[in-house]
Design a protein around this ligand. Structure first.
Ligand SMILES: Cc1cc2nc3c(=O)[nH]c(=O)nc-3n(C[C@H](O)[C@H](O)[C@H](O)COP(=O)(O)OP(=O)(O)OC[C@H]3O[C@@H](n4cnc5c(N)ncnc54)[C@H](O)[C@@H]3O)c2cc1C
Length: 379
């Protein structure tokens, strides 16, 4: 994990309309919409920094280092919404592409191929819920094949900062370092009580996300739900002698150890010295996890990763590694179908959030709320 970014604090809440678990940008978007509907809201996160998988912290002497390699799908409606809430979004990013061997492929085509691959895999495994999600993503990515990929100027931290300041307008700020141990729902499914590390919080609805959840009971009886544990391995690499590195985001197709790489140099502080870069690299799967795509521990080493990036012609041959920071992020995911099943069992007491894809869920959220509330417009 990266060192923590600055901490936030807020007063405690013992009774609210909707209490959200976690602080990933999607959860903050849901919380913001709940605020605009006039609900009282609390947001609790056991971490000491906001953002979940999107948090940006300190590493290798730099600040604003994103913990992972992120992409916001090319959905104009998502970018417009973010701009409306004041998130500055880059212009069309020409330095993003997919790569197979040495062949560069437009990123939109790469994404369609990736969704198609996951769709085929999930169909073959009989996972129809995942198949449906990926079929929708595939259809959307084909429909948007000509749309550019854009990213917040300043990175995920800007996105988080803006969402937090919009929430602050409603007097809401996340409480950090609070572990939610359990949610006890009443039989009539019209609310319940959270048991947390700072005491009980009564709620009418609890916001449960794909990767931000807790054990649940209905009138004292445990409600069982399945989660799947996976881990994502990322490396931050400080490299030099690579003046000509021009990409901002590359997705690598094929069987090599590297899945995607982002050039964080324009986001981090201080700006890397002349000829140096700060890169974030996501590996295909964590080392020694025994999975089908498993990397060896050797592949997890920064020197090896730099060699692989040179072989892919993403870095020049003389590139030198100055420092590396490794992170393995473990998450327990509730599959979409299981989350739907939970929402059906819990009725009004649960606010479900399918959060595994930012673009997909924000699009769905915008559609759902379009007719119900005005988006919190800026300017
Ligand atoms: C390495 C990595 C890269 C990714 N890249 C992308 C990407 O590029 N684009 C994209 O769309 N999606 C990406 N994702 C998917 C990502 O999971 C989602 O975008 C989103 O962050 C999921 O939100 P979440 O709230 O469900 O979980 P997370 O982002 O994992 O956040 C969970 C938060 O909830 C808190 N929490 C969990 N349980 C409790 C509890 N019981 N009590 C208190 N707090 C709790 C945790 O502390 C954490 O802060 C990536 C995920 C990972 C791990």
């Amino acid at each position: 994990m990266l060192d923590d970014a600055p901490k936030l604090s807020s007063p405690t809440h013992s009774s609210v309309d909707t209490v959200f678990l976690g602080t990933s940008p999607l959860v903050l978007c849901h919380a913001l919409f709940a605020c605009t509907q006039g609900r009282s809201v609390a947001i609790l996160d056991r971490n000491q920094c906001v953002g979940g998988a999107w948090h940006a912290g300190n590493a290798l002497g730099f600040t604003n280092v994103e913990a992972a390699v992120h992409l916001i799908e090319n959905r104009p409606e998502v970018y417009s919404h973010l701009e409306r809430v004041g998130v500055p979004i880059s212009d069309a990013d020409v330095d993003c592409w997919g790569q197979y061997g040495h062949m560069r492929i437009p990123l939109a085509i790469t994404r369609a191929v990736a969704f198609g691959g996951v769709l085929a895999k999930s169909l073959a495994r009989g996972n129809f819920s995942k198949s449906r999600t990926n079929a929708t993503s595939l259809a959307r990515s084909v429909a948007r094949i000509r749309s550019p990929f854009r990213y917040p100027v300043g990175g995920a931290a800007t996105l988080l900062e803006r969402l937090l300041s919009e929430l602050a307008v409603f007097g809401v700020s996340p409480q950090l370092g609070v572990h939610v141990h359990r949610a006890d729902i009443t039989r009539d499914r019209r609310g319940g009580k959270l048991q947390t590390s700072i005491g009980d919080v009564h709620f009418r609805r609890v916001g449960i996300a794909s990767r931000a959840h807790c054990p649940l009971t209905i009138d004292g009886e445990q409600l069982h739900f399945a989660t799947r544990r996976t881990a994502t391995c990322c490396l931050a690499l400080h490299v030099d002698r690579c003046d000509e590195v021009r990409f901002s985001y590359v997705e690598l197709l094929g069987r090599g150890p590297i899945r995607r790489v982002r050039n964080l140099s324009s986001l981090v502080q201080p700006t890397p010295a002349q000829g140096a870069r700060l890169l974030s690299v996501q590996l295909r799967s964590p080392p020694s996890d025994g999975g089908a795509d498993s990397n060896s521990d050797r592949d997890f080493d920064g020197e090896r990763v730099v060699e692989a990036l040179i072989a892919q012609r993403l870095l020049p041959p003389l590139t030198r590694l100055l420092g590396q920071h490794r992170g393995v992020y473990t998450h327990d995911t509730i599959a979409d179908g299981e989350l739907k099943r939970l929402a059906a069992s819990l009725g009004d007491a649960m606010h479900p959030m399918h959060t595994t894809d930012f673009g997909e869920e924000l699009t769905a959220l915008l559609r759902r709320t379009e007719s119900r509330c005005a988006t919190p417009a800026k300017g």
